[in-house]
Design a protein around this ligand. Structure first.
Ligand code: HEC
Ligand code: HEC
Length: 193
């Protein structure tokens, strides 16, 4: 197991390195986007549960995240390295390219009745859908949440809560103000939509 994990780390690092130099050389949008597919998936299904779906995500949101990764306002070793080599035009082009793709179905389990009830109650109290919209499809710079990877949703909400993800103070305050069991229920509910 330890060996497998080590090998996975090494190959991820090699991929990133190869990816960064390929992105710098790539001319067409397809070439630029090919780098992303090694993690975000050939058909939009990410290769790991901690990697978010970007196919069909809101264009404005995708652009903002790439910009924040490049600035270092959002911290992630892998994505910081990748965004560093991207210019503003590349980020705009990549955001438009991935936003236009169909959102993939990860076939995640539907939430239990108890989680659905708790999530709906929490949503009425906090008003997540006031920004993320009725079916959590997002709009503009507000991301789609419905059908997003469960593990990724849990990871990123925990990081908003701890302050590790600090590129949006509004979401940090909301995640901190929402009791953890409510967030857990929301994660299960959103992933299963
Ligand atoms: C080596 C794997 C890897 C590669 C290659 C990669 N990504 Fe990522 N990407 C990740 C991971 C892991 C995350 C989650 C970061 C986090 O947890 O904060 C991420 C997050 C993102 C996000 C944020 C999505 C969200 O819902 O907040 C965007 C946008 C993104 N990547 C775009 C790209 C683009 C565009 C490329 C190609 C230029 C790319 N990525 C290449 C691993 C990768
Ligand atoms: C005032 C508007 C607003 C409200 C209310 C709100 N959000 Fe958000 N949320 C946003 C914005 C804007 C972002 C994008 C932040 C960024 O640019 O990094 C976001 C990002 C997120 C993300 C990260 C998605 C990703 O792909 O990384 C999750 C998860 C999330 N919100 C969940 C929730 C939940 C759960 C609630 C209710 C408890 C909620 N939000 C309430 C505006 C809001």
């Amino acid at each position: 197991m330890a060996v497998r994990r080590f090998t996975a780390c090494v190959s991820a690092a090699v991929l990133v390195w190869a990816g960064v130099s390929a992105a710098a050389r790539a001319d067409t949008i397809d070439e630029k986007a090919a780098v992303c597919s090694s993690c975000h998936g050939e058909k939009g299904v990410p290769t790991d549960k901690n990697i978010p779906i970007i196919w069909g995500q809101q264009e404005g949101y995708l652009y903002l995240q790439l910009r924040d990764f490049k600035k270092g306002a959002r911290k992630n070793e892998i994505m910081n390295g990748i965004a560093e080599s991207l210019e503003k035009d590349d980020m705009k082009e990549l955001a438009a390219y991935f936003a236009a793709k169909p959102w993939p179905n990860l076939n995640q389990a539907s939430a239990s009745d108890a989680d659905v009830l708790q999530a709906k109650t929490a949503n009425s109290a906090v008003g997540c859908s006031a920004c993320h919209l009725d079916r959590f499809q997002g709009t503009g710079t507000v991301p789609r949440l419905s059908g997003q990877s469960h593990d990724y949703l849990a990871k990123t909400l925990a990081e908003f809560r701890s302050g590790e993800r600090a590129n949006n103070p509004g979401m940090t305050s909301l995640a901190q103000a929402t009791p953890e069991p409510d967030l857990k229920a929301m994660e299960a509910y959103l992933a299963g939509l």
